[in-house]
Design a binder for this molecule. Structure first.
Ligand code: SF4
Length: 435
């Protein structure tokens, strides 16, 4: 039996695309290789949102090359956002890769594999204008499973490459989404995470569609679904209707990822984020008020072109004020092809690093404080799996998306809900005992 191996970089959307790549291989009779060295098809699914993952793609593909040197029959595929952006150039740069497939090539992967099997190289970065066209496919199911509800983005934040590589926003039909959710729930998923670059605008690109809050309610009616989350929500479109569903529907988790990116209005304007800090703050405070125990997370870009000391201080003030449960923060790096490429990258790297480290230090203190609140609390955990290294230890998450590792004196299966008493609230995860 031939085997495939997929190395995925970047965001949850990419993880989801990798599931779809996997399902195509499975449909063709391949099985997943546990080790890269065992794969007959080696796939890298790349991300170009930041510089680091893009550079990492180069080193991963180098490892593929070594394997192909020993086993020349191995086929190598370069997929995802970098493939969409660079196209044919990659075939020239890496002479040992067999195909380049952009973000919309998934629908044609079966044909691509047939083409490659016949010994030909190819590059496919055609765009599907029609929509998502996702089949109900035989995909891996986990206790917490993701479902893409839309692709692309129309927001054109000045630093972001997504609208150029993933194209304009397209919503998937409600029927397709619900069919996939039913399939997942029937096969053991208990938590559904709906994915999109800007989930709030779900439905605006298809006729006779429902809104995102309505979609959440429909998903919650599927038998077997016990928890629902979504990522990512753009603050400018975060509506009272959505907040009301989060408050009123018991299956909605008390978790919200609402990326602020920067605290200073000048920087937000240059980023083309279309809100001020005050507008963001108002929405967040309202959300915290309406939903007790709401956990918040956010993304931040540090050292955006033109960011002054005062702008950066505004970011720190925002972090102190909002008190996030989780922050994903990165130094700014130019993404070729974006509007911000034309801005002078005038914050020296040393300053960026210093600012990022200050930001993370502040967040660390906030996180320690928020973790300590869990000491001796009993919380409901969705079991995601057993720990590989330790006997009787399992891992899961609470409704606020906190990772919880815990000991159990009974054997558990993923997808079960258990109550765990927290005995050791660590910074990045909580530790406890099943009661
Ligand atoms: S909302 Fe902005 S940051 Fe998010 S994907 Fe769209 S353009 Fe990129």
């Amino acid at each position: 039996m031939r085997k495939y191996f997929i190395h995925t970089m970047g965001c949850a959307m990419n993880e989801y695309d990798s599931l779809r790549i996997a399902s195509t291989f499975e449909k063709l009779g391949f099985v997943a290789a546990e080790e890269m060295e065992d794969g007959d098809y080696l796939i890298i699914n790349t991300c170009s949102v930041r510089e680091k993952p893009q550079n990492k793609a180069g080193s991963a593909i180098g490892r593929f090359r070594k394997i192909k040197k020993e086993r020349p029959e191995v086929k190598i595929g370069f997929c995802g956002c970098v493939a969409q952006q660079e196209g044919e150039k990659l075939l020239k740069q890496f002479t040992y890769i067999d195909f380049v497939m952009g973000t919309d090539g998934l629908f044609r992967l079966e044909d691509i594999i047939a083409h490659v099997d016949s010994g030909k190289r190819l590059c496919d970065r055609d765009v599907n204008e029609g929509g998502l066209e996702i089949d109900i496919f035989k995909r891996p199911v986990t206790a917490s499973s993701t479902v893409t509800i839309m692709k692309g983005c129309d927001n054109f934040c000045s630093y972001c490459i997504v609208p150029y590589v993933r194209g304009r926003e397209k919503s998937r039909s409600e029927i397709e989404i619900l069919d996939e959710v039913k399939y997942l729930a029937e096969n053991g998923a208990r938590e559904i995470i709906l994915l999109g670059q800007n989930v709030n605008s779900y439905g605006t690109t298809i006729d006779k569609s429902i809104t995102f809050p309505e979609l959440l309610n429909r998903v919650s009616e599927v038998d077997g679904v016990e928890r629902i989350r979504f990522i990512t929500s753009h603050p400018k479109d975060f509506s009272d209707d959505l907040l009301a569903v989060m408050r009123d529907n018991d299956k909605m988790c008390e978790y919200l990822h609402l990326p602020l990116q920067a605290g200073g209005d000048y920087v937000l304007k240059r980023m083309n984020r279309k809100y001020t800090y005050e507008q963001y703050r108002e929405k967040v405070l309202k959300a915290k008020d309406m939903i007790p125990n709401l956990a918040l997370s956010s993304d931040f870009i540090v050292g955006f072109p033109g960011e002054t000391d005062a702008d950066f201080e505004a970011t720190l003030i925002a972090i102190e004020e909002i008190r996030y449960d989780m922050i994903y923060a990165f130094n700014y790096s130019v993404r070729p092809g974006t509007k911000a490429e034309n801005f002078e990258d005038d914050v020296p790297l040393e300053v960026k690093k210093m600012r990022l480290s200050r930001l993370l230090d502040i967040q660390k203190e906030i996180l320690i404080e928020s973790s300590e609140k869990y000491q001796d609390q009993v919380i409901e955990i969705l079991v995601e799996g057993a720990a590989k290294k330790y006997e009787n230890q399992y891992s899961g998450r609470n409704r606020q998306n906190r990772v919880v590792n815990f000991i159990s004196d009974t054997i558990l299966s993923s997808g079960e809900f258990v109550n765990v008493k927290i005995t050791e609230p660590k910074q990045n995860s909580l530790f406890g005992i099943k009661i």
